[in-house]
Design a protein around this ligand. Sequence first.
Ligand SMILES: Nc1ncnc2c1ncn2[C@@H]1O[C@H](COP(=O)(O)OP(=O)(O)O)[C@@H](O)[C@H]1O
Ligand SMILES: [Mg+2]
Length: 231
Amino acid sequence: MLEVQKIHTFYGLSHILFDVSLTVEGGQVVCLLGRNGAGKTTTLKSIMGLAPPKKGKILFKGEPVSGKPPYLLCRKGIGFVPDDRRIFADLTVFENLEIALRKRNGQDQWDIPRVFELFPPLKKYSTRKGGLLSGGEQKMLAIARALVGNPECLLLDEPTEGLAPAMVQIFRDRIRLLKRSGLTVLLAEQNVKFTLNLSDYGYIIDDGRICYQGTVAEIQENDDIRKICGI
Ligand SMILES: Nc1ncnc2c1ncn2[C@@H]1O[C@H](COP(=O)(O)OP(=O)(O)O)[C@@H](O)[C@H]1O
Ligand SMILES: [Mg+2]
């Protein structure tokens, strides 16, 4: 579904990603693990067209998409949940979702009632302004907003960052449900434990380079690589 081939991404003159390659098959959850500043967000932004790579290729469903603007990638079926959530603070929960609604051909459509079922607190607070939600609820809203756009592939940036352990468990369950519904997910995380049993495959990124790949169980067992990469 998604293929990143040897990309190099810069912010101005700073060379951030070096030769990053990864593959996400349809229906898989693939995680990109790495410490703070390793290049996870930059990889997702490169895919989404927010930080277009200078070199390398990105293919979505076989079609080259590098250099395309974010709105086109969204239309083609890639959803993005940024780590800083970017919800509209002055709009209600319902309005935040309403503006993101997009139908796509095929069954199993996401709509507002369905995301309310996935995240019941959003239903409870549907008339509350987005800015008044707790951090965890804002994360729910950010995921729900991406889902109602009916993406085929979801880029999820650090969903557990700053969450209490009970909340982390809820997100793990919900991402499992999304996987069961057939959604393809690329999950950027620092938390190896969270991604364990959730991901089909994992990549470790450090200093802008992919330094290891394997199943999450293999990553979990490989103490050396985890120590070197700080996760
Ligand atoms: N907008 C930016 N301009 C310049 N450098 C940036 C910018 N955003 C991130 N960086 C740098 O790029 C590197 C990778 O950051 P990032 O992709 O956010 O890492 P991660 O998501 O793994 O924490 C870091 O060294 C960070 O300081
Ligand atoms: Mg990040």
